[in-house]
Write a protein that binds this ligand. Sequence first.
Ligand code: G3P
Length: 236
Amino acid sequence: MANFALESNPFNNHISDYMKFFIDTANLDQIREAQNFGILDGVTTNPSLMAKEGISGYDNVIAHYKAICEIVDGDVSAEVIATDYEGMIKEGEALAALHENIVVKIPMIKDGIRAISYFTSKGIRTNCTLVFSAGQALLAAKAGATYVSPFIGRLDDISTDGLDLIESIREIYDNYEFSTEILAASVRHTMHIVNCAQIGADVMTGPLSVILGLLKHPLTDAGLAQFLADHAKTNS
Ligand code: G3P
């Protein structure tokens, strides 16, 4: 439903001018391919994605984040491993110091909300991850998170509509003009992206295969084949 109050407010800044596309991987080749595709706005990673690429040990993890920041001129979410307040602050400050595009990814737990509040007060940007409810998203926004990451695919996995959560968060954030951006995560297929765009998610993060899946339509392929065949008939 159109929100006319917001449309008529020239100062509203809580709905992005355009939908950002992040790639959800730590694979440098895929990040390069997405960057070369020309539509990439950023990268999200998590400890599982780092492990999938065989990246282990503090120095290697740090070097990997630096390598990602060299490929992409956009926000790169780097997740803390600590789950206690002091540990998250220490790790997060070190990550934020690596590059201006690093966004510190913090889990949705009590100390995580405290840590997000702290980082907000210091001007360090955050992404609140592992969000599965509107109440959690409200807390993240209250703490000043730059991004909130609802995991829509994992909700779908347990027979709960992940897109309903995006809709609820959009409504709550619009009600109060929270500037926290809704970053739809755990995106599994192209219609997740399309539906998130319809609802007004500010960002989606997904695998390269899902982003490239948006290209596909059999009528495009058939139409192009016909155009080329007709061109060849009169230009051979
Ligand atoms: O962005 C979060 C993502 O990495 C989780 O995705 O597919 O493991 O639920 P998935």
